[in-house]
Design a protein around this ligand. Structure first.
Ligand code: DLZ
Length: 157
């Protein structure tokens, strides 16, 4: 399986930086909200577990994954230490999936190259809803947890 030996949301908490003084924005796409909300909950809980203060976690909702680029760009310029972009793109009958997935990954890459704060890519790109469920709190873990750990590590870099 492609995910064999990869992080399935288990991690060594002792190696994660203390988030006590960090401010983190989480931009969440509303498309496939049952998936993106689970990812958000996983990310938020993980940040709290690592001492990020509740008032220092700011959630911003955008309509779909395509809007994550603008949303993340906007908050990236507002002094946050990191931004987590959460979306769920699921293959449909048309090529829409490819265009959105490519645009979002390229757009977020550009923000990482040009902005001050790291933008963490927490966008599922799945063939079907079952795969998305498995990665948002199911048998493949919760990618929101992994994104939060990544954000804390990148801030401390
Ligand atoms: C239009 C569209 C489609 C078909 N599929 C998804 C999806 O699977 N996941 C997602 O986050 N957004 C989807 N969207 C919406 C686009 O991201 C975007 O919101 C619209 O094209 C408006 O710019």
């Amino acid at each position: 399986m492609a995910s064999a030996n990869n992080n399935l949301s288990g991690y060594d908490a002792s190696k994660v930086p203390n988030g006590q003084n960090y401010r983190i924005a989480i931009v969440v796409a509303e498309w496939n909200i049952s998936i993106t909300d689970n990812l958000y909950q996983g990310a938020r809980k993980t940040l709290l577990d690592h001492n990020v203060q509740s008032e220092n976690i700011v959630k911003v909702d955008v309509p779909g994954s395509f809007e994550l680029i603008y949303g993340a760009s906007k908050v990236q310029r507002q002094g946050f230490d990191a931004v987590i972009a959460i979306g769920s793109i699921i293959q449909g009958e048309t090529r829409h999936f490819e265009f959105i997935a490519n645009a979002v990954s390229q757009g977020i890459k550009d923000l990482n190259l040009n902005g001050k704060a790291p933008v963490i890519f927490c966008v599922l790109t799945d063939d079907n809803i079952e795969q998305s469920k498995a990665r948002s709190g199911g048998e493949m873990g919760n990618k929101g947890i992994e994104a939060a750990v990544t954000a804390l590590r990148m801030i401390a870099l």
